[in-house]
Design a protein around this ligand. Structure first.
Ligand code: BGO
Length: 269
């Protein structure tokens, strides 16, 4: 049975998509060792049973909160066959932050652009084909509350099963990439899997304790020196540098692929 994970920001429509996919075929329990609700369900498509796991809603995948840790550990340890990120199109900048993290972590990612009705009402126009090429992953437009786009989503999940695809690389500023490259080299020498190099590097720059715990002390010492160099070069806290690099990338692609009337651009973004 193939397994898919649903992730997304709180209020992106994740529960609505989960309900629309699984209907009454749901089971609610708790994640092991914590009192966070775990929802699982399944649906059948072309006689094949697909398991759906609803991850806690998060804005990012640092290990700062239980919800973030659950979502991240599931994605990297349980390795779902397909990872689906639900995006509220009316709040695209903030939603794309999580997208950049997941694209760096997993193969076989599908982006679900939900709230299409609300986006249309606000006059937001998105070049989905452009974004699809930019990220190198499928994009499905949905209105979860009306179950619109759900069949397309199911058929894309099915198509993906046979066609494992790595998303395109997200390129940050050249100045930042130099440090990323140096840390990636250290991790590679320490035996970290190629597919994990980039996201683990970014997490190490953010000071992620869980990732640090699994790196040998000799490598960590070298990496810490590189991070100190980065801190001096950017004159800023390394964790802030990572989020600024992500937001700069997001601003660039939003400018290129999203058109909206000025008044809908949220100051909080
Ligand atoms: C309420 N379009 C529209 N218009 N609304 C949507 C869509 C969509 O495509 N998808 C979801 N919603 P969740 P998380 C609500 O509950 O699935 C709505 O947190 C209300 N509730 O119906 O819960 C959805 O799981 C009273 O709205 O998201 C829900 O990710 C008044 O977006 C909300 C208005 O969806 C969040 C809305 C008592």
């Amino acid at each position: 049975m193939s397994k898919i994970a649903l992730c997304g920001n709180p209020n992106s429509g994740k529960t609505s998509i989960f309900n629309a996919l699984t209907g009454t075929r749901q089971h609610v329990g708790n994640w092991p060792g914590v009192t966070v609700e775990k929802k699982e369900g399944h649906y059948t498509y072309n006689q094949e049973k697909i398991k759906v796991v609803d991850l806690p809603g998060t804005y990012c995948l640092t290990a700062n909160s239980i919800d973030e840790r659950i979502a991240r550990n599931f994605i990297v340890e349980e390795m779902p066959d397909t990872t689906i990120v639900i995006i509220d199109q009316t709040n695209i900048e903030r939603n794309l932050y999580l997208v950049t993290e997941i694209l760096e972590m997993r193969k076989n990612v599908i982006l679900v652009f939900n709230m299409s009705d609300e986006a249309e009402k606000l006059g937001i126009k998105i070049d989905y084909n452009g974004l699809k090429k930019e990220f190198g992953v499928p994009i499905i437009k949905t209105i979860a509350t009306k179950k619109e786009g759900l069949n397309e989503l199911k058929s894309e999940i099915k198509r993906m099963e046979k066609n494992i695809k790595k998303p395109n690389k997200i390129e940050y500023s050249q100045k930042f990439e130099i440090f990323v490259q140096k840390i990636e080299n250290e991790l590679l020498n320490a035996g970290v899997k190629k597919g994990d190099l980039r996201w683990k590097t970014l997490k190490l720059i953010e000071g992620d304790i869980e990732i640090r715990e699994n790196i040998n002390s000799g490598t960590l010492t070298k990496i810490d020196l590189i991070i100190s160099e980065l801190q001096r070069a950017f004159k800023n806290d390394p964790g802030i540098v990572v989020s600024e690099e992500r937001y700069k990338y997001i601003a660039k692609i939003v400018k290129k692929y999203v058109k909206r009337p000025k008044e809908t651009i949220r100051l909080s973004d």
